[in-house]
Design a protein around this ligand. Structure first.
Ligand code: MN3
Length: 199
């Protein structure tokens, strides 16, 4: 069994002007696809061939000798999750249970937004900012390169890709502008709420 590149949950131009068709062509069609291809090559003929993606990630997490498998498997997971967490017409302040939980655990939506952007801004180099559920409490985390909450016993609810390939064509070096747009215009709060409800 081999992993497949999942289709984007929207058209390539759906997120314009915030994320361009060109960014999605490269980010999904080249970067995400490349991780899938690399992972399949690395797993071929190994005892992990045929396992579910999360099983593969957990089996090799922390094993320095299998960092290549971890990096590619985690990046497949991260990108599939990232695409679902954004949508056209998204962003802004959520309502319902997720809004109540954010207020309860961060004090206010503004405090959440400030912490989330700070996580993205202070991730030096490539990585991810996350909203996670950790022992029943919402937390903001950041991870380097391919690392992800699953490897730390946390449940991911939302992620923001802060690798340069996620924003450089549209925002060049202005990572803060990409992050503000992500929160104001793109977050798919229905997806975040469904992840919280399923936790
Ligand atoms: Mn990426």
């Amino acid at each position: 069994m081999t992993f497949q590149l999942p289709a984007l949950p929207y058209e390539l131009d759906a997120l314009e002007p915030h994320i361009s068709r060109q960014t999605l062509e490269f980010h999904h069609g080249k970067h995400h696809a490349g991780y899938v291809t690399n992972l399949n090559k690395m797993l071929e003929g190994t005892e992990l061939d045929g396992k579910a993606l999360e099983e593969v990630i957990l089996a090799v997490a922390g094993d320095a000798g299998k960092a290549g498998i971890f990096n590619n498997a985690a990046q497949v997971w991260n990108h599939t999750f990232y695409w679902q967490g954004i949508k056209a017409g998204g962003g802004g302040v959520p309502t319902g249970a997720i809004a109540d939980k954010i207020t309860a655990d961060f004090g206010s939506f503004e405090a959440f937004a400030t912490q989330f952007k700070a996580a993205g801004a202070t991730q030096f180099g490539s990585g991810w900012a996350w909203l996670v559920l950790d022992g029943g409490t919402l937390k903001i985390t950041k991870t380097a390169n391919a690392d992800l909450p699953l490897a730390h016993g946390q449940k991911a609810l939302l992620t923001m890709d802060v690798w340069e390939h996620a924003y450089y064509l549209d925002y060049q070096n202005r990572r803060p502008d990409y992050m503000t747009t992500f929160l104001d215009k793109l977050v798919n709060w229905d997806f975040v709420a469904s992840n919280l409800a399923a936790a």
